[in-house]
Design a protein. Structure first.
Length: 371
């Protein structure tokens, strides 16, 4: 394990052996102030060294700082020294485990779907709605008993994350958006390891991903909606209720390993709508607040806008800004709605682990993490 200095914050990774967990390990091993202190996975892995427990699928070797770390079961007593907990847990296990860690006063940054709809839990895509982080005060104070340090923050479904970044840029410059149609082409790694059987996905497209369309349609409203504050100071997520946004999502699994590509059409409330060129310029200039705060994992540019007619492509563009930015291309007029474009995001980076790390960096910088 690395030596600690006063600037460093000890973190634990739950689901450390999984697809998202491995990406956490790669990113955290190089992090300027988070230091991996403890790893957790299922009873199948507990008691083994990380190198023995994991089926490592990354292109770089297992970082030496975790190779010989013994994997624990996911119980808070094994993570007492960790102020921050990153969760890449399977959703079947995440509900009870993440709650136990929050109740034990840990700051939990989760990728799982379990708490995304909780009215006190921020659902944060760091390149879109970092301001929702301030809901954690209310989450702590309404907890019984009130919590000093603990909270849960979730990131979104990886397909939601990809297209909500350009949507946030368009809302900011030309909003409100009135309606949106999105068709996804999702990578196999989105389903975790081993994922869809090779005989199903090779030479094929599967036009169904269980629960995915509903998640995209619902999560977008929470992310792009603001927070309403009542006279007594009580806050609620407004679910885009002031300007109802209609969304239709169609989801497909395609034979790509990493990188979700999505075709998006948008209609604005304002008439006349912005031109494709205005949309291109607004996306390229979009600067989310996390860049101003100086989060070390923030991409220099949130959205790269391609001029080439055949971009973005997963093989060429999924590592843009180390997987932390999104790539947009083919911005053009839509004959049915107003404007259409293609967006690509790395589902295991900004779609998962990178978003959690950015959310945690923001929480540290804003003073929400006590360590
Ligand atoms: N892959 C992606 O692109 C995205 C994934 N997500 C979400 O992130 C989470 C992780 O996904 P992914 O990495 O793909 O999944 P994987 O199936 O690859 O990994 C799941 C992890 O959870 C652990 N686990 C399973 N059951 C238990 C249990 N009962 N107790 C403790 N640990 C357990 C596994 O440990 P062990 O190895 O010991 O079995 C493994 O570390 C999921 O909730 C997923 O929905 C979100 C956005 C994108
Ligand atoms: N279902 C997504 C990944 C995922 O796990 O999503 P969620 O965390 O919303 O269940 C995909 O297959 O690409």
């Amino acid at each position: 394990m690395q030596p600690l200095d006063e600037r460093q914050i000890q973190v634990g990774v739950l689901g450390a052996t999984g697809t998202v967990g491995q990406r956490f390990i790669v990113l955290l091993a190089e992090h300027p102030f988070f230091v991996i202190r403890a790893l957790g996975a299922s009873a199948r892995s507990a008691g083994k060294t990380y190198a023995k427990a994991v089926n490592w699928k990354q292109t770089s070797p297992i970082p030496t700082i975790v190779r010989d770390t013994i994997v624990n079961e996911c119980t808070p007593d094994q993570f007492a020294e960790c102020s921050v907990i990153f969760s890449g847990l399977d959703a079947d296990a995440a509900g009870d485990i993440e709650k136990a860690f929050r109740d034990a006063d840990h700051a939990v940054f989760s990728n799982a779907k379990n708490y995304r709809r909780d009215p006190l839990v921020p659902l944060i895509v760091p390149l879109a709605n970092p301001g929702h982080l301030n809901m954690v005060h209310q989450q702590r104070s309404l907890h019984s008993p009130p919590l000093q340090k603990g909270f849960i923050v979730t990131n979104a479904n990886c397909s939601t994350t990809a297209y909500v970044v350009p949507l946030a840029a368009l809302e900011k410059s030309f909003g409100p958006i009135e309606s949106c149609i999105v068709t996804t082409m999702q990578a196999i790694s989105g389903g975790g390891y081993p994922g869809v059987p090779s005989l199903d996905i090779m030479d094929n497209i599967i036009p169904y991903i269980s629960g995915e369309e509903e998640k995209i349609e619902w999560e977008t409203l929470k992310i792009l909606g603001g927070i309403t504050e009542a006279d007594d100071g009580t806050k609620t997520f407004d679910m885009h209720a002031k300007n109802p946004l209609r969304i239709s999502a169609s989801c497909n699994r395609v034979p790509v390993i990493d990188g979700h590509t999505e075709c998006v059409s948008v209609r604005f409330k304002r008439r006349p709508p912005p031109s494709p060129q205005q949309v291109r310029e607004a996306m390229a200039a979009y600067t989310p607040d996390i860049q101003a705060v100086g989060c070390p994992s923030a991409p220099r540019h949130a959205i790269f806008v391609h001029e080439e007619v055949d971009r973005p492509q997963p093989r060429l563009d999924r590592y843009y800004q180390n997987g932390a930015g999104v790539s947009v291309g083919r911005v053009r007029q839509c004959a049915v709605l107003d404007v259409k474009f293609v967006v690509l995001a790395n589902n295991v980076s900004i779609g998962a682990a990178t978003s959690s790390i950015l959310n945690a960096e923001l929480a540290v910088m804003k003073g929400y993490v006590n360590y």
